[in-house]
Design a protein around this ligand. Structure first.
Ligand SMILES: [Ca+2]
Ligand SMILES: [Ca+2]
Ligand SMILES: [Ca+2]
Length: 416
């Protein structure tokens, strides 16, 4: 019995340790805000040297780079759906391409990646067998002559593809096995560019050793029957959020020394009519009226800042503010009435505050707000409620008088 008991203790200790390590890893991942994704190829094909442009291999299991024993060139082409897989506000930090080389008669040969400068196609051509000689091109296939057989030639009537002279990455490819290109600065730049301009995503061309006979290397495509052998692009990126360091004082919650801390929701509104909300973020305003709000969807740009809180009047910034993703913007409503659109703030104990009292959040402080507060005051309602405009968790005469004052001032939402 005793032995069994101590064994259980050790197991529990191990389990606790494992959980601790997992939590540690998760917390690191969160603070780094870095994500790695593996993408399968979107399309891959081979340009077979052929003056007529009649040969292709859109749907075979392999693609080729280098020179055959018969002195004919082969160039592989491959592209990945970057924009469909990575958020548009991402900053790409690392890119590697992994291919499996599955057949060759040569030793180590350099295979280069160069950026293709236009789009191209992958049709249904499929040679079968070892695929070294390709098959008859089908509509939409890339060939030595065509980006799309047989309607579109490569730009400038280039033969063998239209691509950048800059080498994005080089790998020395020897015997059968997996090979990795990158990460290089140029590959990162290529992928970042395709993220920004998806229509210009032509992927890379694989250029083998074109100066020596029988240098060709055969790689596995996305159609390869063995899934683990298919091309893989590994992209690591960080997300650059638009964020706001906001300072705004809630009239009823501010006593001249400290503000009652509370949740607020901030919207970013388009800078032009009809000023639609682009994104929103919930955050906590602390006792100094400050809070940080992060927007996961809004790209960098010019927006009105719109502050909402459970019982204040919705308040807009005086003008649109220019946000840059990755760099928090500071905005302080309390410095001047004019920092709110239409000067829609009240000076209280040396701070400009957003008006309290819109208990039913309909954009105006009026009799209906007063009556809700009166009802709750009569019933001695307490706790975290809409009608507590002073933030002391009680609804009483001080809440009624604040709402009555602002109703008398005809406080209402002012916006462009
Ligand atoms: Ca293919
Ligand atoms: Ca109201
Ligand atoms: Ca109160």
């Amino acid at each position: 019995m005793k032995q069994k008991h101590s064994y259980g203790k050790v197991t529990l200790l191990k389990l606790t340790l494992v959980i601790f390590v997992i939590m540690l890893i998760l917390s690191f991942r969160e603070t780094e805000a870095q994500t790695t994704v593996n993408l399968g190829s979107m399309k891959d094909n081979t340009l077979y040297e052929d003056e007529g442009g009649f040969i292709s291999n859109g749907s075979g299991q392999y693609f080729f780079a280098g020179k055959t024993a018969g002195d004919m060139l082969r160039r592989g082409v491959i592209a990945f759906d970057i924009a469909g897989s990575i958020p548009s506000n991402a900053t790409v930090t690392s890119v590697t391409l992994t291919l499996r080389m599955s057949k060759t008669i040569s030793g180590n040969k350099n295979v280069k990646l160069q950026k293709i400068l236009q789009n191209w196609g992958e049709g249904t051509s499929s040679p079968g067998g070892e695929e070294g000689f390709g098959a008859a091109a089908e509509p939409g296939d890339a060939t030595w002559l065509h980006s799309y057989y047989d309607t579109t030639a490569w730009t400038d009537n280039e033969l063998g593809g239209y691509f950048s002279h800059d080498v994005s990455a080089t790998a020395s490819v020897g015997a059968v096995g997996f090979y990795t290109w990158g990460s290089t600065t140029q590959m990162v730049s290529d992928v970042q560019g395709w993220l920004s301009n998806p229509t210009q995503n032509g992927g890379w061309i694989l250029i083998g050793d074109e100066s020596s006979t029988a240098s060709a290397k055969r790689f596995d495509t996305k159609e390869n029957l063995t899934a683990v052998n298919r091309p893989k692009l590994t992209v690591t990126y960080t997300l650059n959020f638009v964020s706001l360091n906001l300072t705004t004082f809630i009239e009823g919650f501010w006593d001249g020394t400290s503000m009652v801390s509370d949740t607020a929701r901030v919207y970013l509104a388009n800078s032009s009519s009809p000023f639609n909300f682009i994104d929103s973020s919930k955050g906590i305003l602390n006792t100094n009226g400050s809070g940080t709000f992060t927007f996961a969807n809004a790209p960098g740009g010019s927006y009105f800042i719109v502050v909402n809180h459970r019982n204040t009047i919705e308040t807009w910034s005086s003008s649109p503010q220019t946000f840059t993703a990755g760099t928090p913007l500071n905005y302080n409503f309390s410095l001047s009435a004019g920092n709110a659109y239409g000067n829609n703030q009240i000076l209280k104990l040396s701070k400009y505050c957003i008006y309290s009292g819109d208990v039913n959040k309909d954009g105006i402080v009026d009799a209906s707000d007063i009556s809700s507060v009166e009802n709750d005051a009569v019933n001695s309602v307490s706790g975290y409620v809409q009608t507590d405009v002073t933030g002391d968790d009680y609804v009483d005469s001080s809440d009624i008088s604040l709402v009555e004052n602002n109703a008398a001032l005809a406080v209402e939402l002012l916006k462009p």
